[in-house]
Design a protein around this ligand. Sequence first.
Ligand code: UN1
Length: 496
Amino acid sequence: MPQIFQNFINGKWTDSKSGRTFENRNPANWNDVVGIFPKSTKEDVEDAVSAARAAFEKWRLVPAPARGDIMRKVGDLLVKNKEELAREMTREMGKVLAETRGDVQEGIDTAYYAATEGRRLFGHTVPSEMPDKFAMAVRVPVGVAGIITPWNFPMEIPTWGIFPAVLAGNTVVFKPASDTPKTATTLVDIMMQAGIPEGVVNLVHGGGGEVGNAIVNNPDVDLILFTGSTGVGKQITRDASSTLKRVSLELGGKNAQIVMDDADLDLALEGVLWGAFGTTGQRCTATSRLILHEKIYDTFLDMLVDRTKKLKLGNGLLPGSDVGPCVNEGQRNVVASYVEIGKNEKANLVCGGKIASDGELSKGWFYEPTIFENVKPEMRIAQEEIFGPVLSVIRTSSLSQSIDILNGTIYGLSSSIYTRDVNSAFKAIRDIKAGITYINVPTIGAEAHLPFGGVKQTGNGHREGGWAVYDFFTEWKSVYIDYSGKLQRAQIDNYE
Ligand code: UN1
């Protein structure tokens, strides 16, 4: 019998009031049921929000260094459970074990960063324009945060939201993706073991339409942090506007790697293989376009196709697997439909382009790593986010043309250029329109202590990660203290 899981509301594991459930299966083997989870409703969300609201009034008064001490314990427990968690995550969403270990590690990094931030949360002191008067601005928590996360980084992305939220004194209603509810459950369990008080973190399982919408539309939720598609991000922005909630969005990408004619081609090859096919291409930072200088186009394409054909598809738990399955049937169908679109657009399919179904692979949502060449920048396969193992190769003849092509989509998350010319590198840093630019590094692999997010329709100007996320999770309060003992009128008495 598969294990049955619950929501976590006000410090208690509890079923959904609906009594309904959903099943979660291993994408590398459909016969393996990971667990049964509650299919929650608006009512469950209301309970979670009330619990978070009540807990906020106590939690905001806990000194930030003490909140940081709990985050350190969370980090320690993640270290202790790293291997088990990684295995659970691979079983749940398919990416290979080395990658799920990395995903847990980023949760650990985020926990320890939050622990130390408990002793910073810097404000400002500034001089007052009046004598005998003190002026400062301090950070205060905002309130209840709704954290809505995807399945591709089932540990890292929730921790990027939840840890800074609670460290800053907010409380949380967490809705994980329906494809990764088990990892979310373990994460919440670990936070409770570390001593997070009841009501501070609440977990509500279920679909975006029901649970996600109920969180976004709840007037008692102050903040929404969402990672997912641009379409859903736009809907959240519209819905959240009715209560003027602060919303942080981390949305789609169509990231490109440029390879110049002076690049170290072997290095650039390792970069694009990892950027395009790591996580089965299912990262918002994935390399989905490769912009190749014409002088090295044919040579590099041959090298790339040769190596891509050697990538081993397989269950991520098995040693030797390079690329895991797509997360579910719907996602694989999206990939297959984009391959048809690419063929109809007359791009040249040079590798992959099929469902992989040999032997054990037939039990999972596997799709062959796929490359189209002779792709024109305006084709749909070069413009739209696919979120799968499909790479579009585009030919260029100069640095400026490469950058124009890189910039020519509605997105602006990650970007990469391989060159040995320092002038080209600095021009790229200046002219690429993206939240992240890598030099001689693939488009994936952001580190926890730097701002993470994108420009244009990848986001709405907020950043996750590092110090920047604390701007999202705090309000500024300006404080004036007059110790002159008399009424001093700013802008008036001092200019009379
Ligand atoms: C995402 O795919 O939503 O930089 C996040 C990276 C990862 C984060 C990806 N650390 O590729």
